[in-house]
Design a binder for this molecule. Sequence first.
Ligand SMILES: N[C@@H](CCC(=O)N[C@@H](CS)C(=O)NCC(=O)O)C(=O)O
Length: 222
Amino acid sequence: MMKNTNTQLVIGDKNYSSWSLCPWLLLKMYNIAFEEVQIPLFRKDTAERLGPYSPSLKVPVFIHEDVTVWDSLSICEYISENLLNEAGWPQNKKRKAHARSVSAEAHSEFTRLKKEWPMNCCISCKLWPTENLQNEIARIDAIWSCCRRRFGQNGNYLFGRFSIADCMFAPMAICFESYGAELCSEANSYKQTLLTNPFVERWLELSKTESQPVTLAYASSA
Ligand SMILES: N[C@@H](CCC(=O)N[C@@H](CS)C(=O)NCC(=O)O)C(=O)O
């Protein structure tokens, strides 16, 4: 694939940056050429290096021609609207509304999960969830199994074929695998679909080649 310098995705460490994975996966799944700019997080110079790219000093950021978009879900929306002729969402109005709702929920909720079980692609350790975290896991389990049952007939993803909703839940599948979440069988097989997606596999593989920041403790906020 040709390098495309008019289209850049700025991401953090693949190991920790759960939000970076969402638009990265969408671009890869739709074979959109882009230049990947990686800025390691939790370093002394992280903010300084993010400054020229990111108004929020966070990743991901997407730069397309003269447009800068930040925040994972709005980047996915932008890509779908401008580069995919809306193919990032299911076409059917009812499915699309549902896909947007669960994606927004993945983006704005689940604060215990992000805090207690932060994404770290390189670890595998069984942790018992607190009661609050268990409630969030149960909600994600319900979203996954309900979408699969209602909308998943034409493929293995939440709405059958791959959509932005799958991008937003991919980091959670990695966390569930790392910390050993217990899921119902439908949710578990959807988790496996995400984990065996070739680009998620590639992300996990690449995360293992990255150097680690000095203080891992900061990683819990990514
Ligand atoms: N709501 C934002 C969250 C972005 C975010 O928190 N990014 C983390 C990495 S995953 C970050 O840039 N952290 C760097 C920092 O806070 O210094 C999104 O969805 O993109």
